[in-house]
Design a protein around this ligand. Sequence first.
Ligand code: 13P
Ligand code: SF4
Length: 308
Amino acid sequence: MSQQDKDELINKILELKEALNAVILAHNYQRGDVQDIADFVGDSLGLSQQAAKLDADVIVFCGVDFMAESAAILSPGKIVLMPEKLAECPMAAMITPEDLVKTKQEYPDAAVVAYVNTSAAVKAESDICCTSSNSVQVVNSLDEDVVIFVPDKNLGMYTQRYTDKMIIPWDGYCPTHHQILPGDILLMREDHPEAEVVVHPECQPEVIDVADTVLSTGGMLTHVKKSPNMEFIIGTEVGMLHRLRKDNPDKIFYPASKYAVCPNMKMNDLKSIFVALEENKHVITVPEAMRERAKQALDRMLKAGRGD
Ligand code: 13P
Ligand code: SF4
C-alpha cells in the first residue's frame, strides 16, 4: 500500500471512529501501524482496565479472541468488534471448561486461577483471573493453599517461585514464547554484553533462569523507561519492540529471537479495522449466565491491580 493510500485509510478510520463513538484498543504485540492509530495500547491487564471504564459505544479490539471476549464481559452495554475473527490464542485453546471441571473434582479444596488467556467458558469455572503482571499477587491473595493454575504452565511455574502455596500447573504453553531458547539469550549476551535481558514469564523456566528481569509487556515498558541501562535484549513477541523503541528513542532493543512472532496477533491490519467499523463486524458476545460468572473472576483480578 502506498503512503498516500495508507493515509487515506487512516483518515477514513478516524472519521468512522468519531461518527460511531468508537475507541480502538490494541495489544502491545499488534502491528506497528495498528498500534499507532489506537486510542490505547497496553498489556492484557491494562486493556481490561480500559475496557471496564471506557466511555464509548463501540470498542474495536485489536488483539486476540480472549481479549475481545474479556472486553465484552466487562462492558456489556458496548458493542465489541474484533477485526479478524480468526485471531485466536492457541494457548487459550489448550483448555476446555469440561477439562477444568474434571480437574476441580480431583482437587476439591483448590482454588482455580485462570490466566486471562482463557475462554469466557473457562473463566466462568474459575475463582479469579490473573495476567502476567499480577499472577504472584493474585495467588498470594487467596485463602486456599492449593491452586490449579490454567492454562500456562510457564506462568504457573514462574509464580511458584514466589509463593508458598502449592501450584498445580495446567500443561498449556504459548507456542510463540517457546520459540525463545536459553541458547538464544546466551548468544545475544555474547554479542551485546552491556545489554539487560528482559523476558516475559510465558518463556520456559530455562530462559527465565538466564534472564536479568522477568516482566509482563506493560511491566517492560515501565521498567525500561526508568532503567539507567541503554541496551536491552527483549524475550517476548517481537511486536513489543515497536512500542519500546517509540517510547525510548535513545535506547537500543534487540529481539531475543526473531522467530518469536505470534501470527494470530498479526492478523489485524488497517484494512480489517476499517471494514470492522464500516460493516459492524465481528461482534463478540458472551451468553449472559456465563458472562456474569466470568465477570466475577475478572472483577476479583481487577481489584488486585498491577503487581509489576
Ligand atoms: P501481557 O501483555 O499481559 O504481558 O500478555 C502477553 C500475551 O501473550 C498476551 O497474549
Ligand atoms: Fe497466545 Fe502466545 Fe499469541 Fe499471546 S503471544 S496471543 S499467549 S499465542
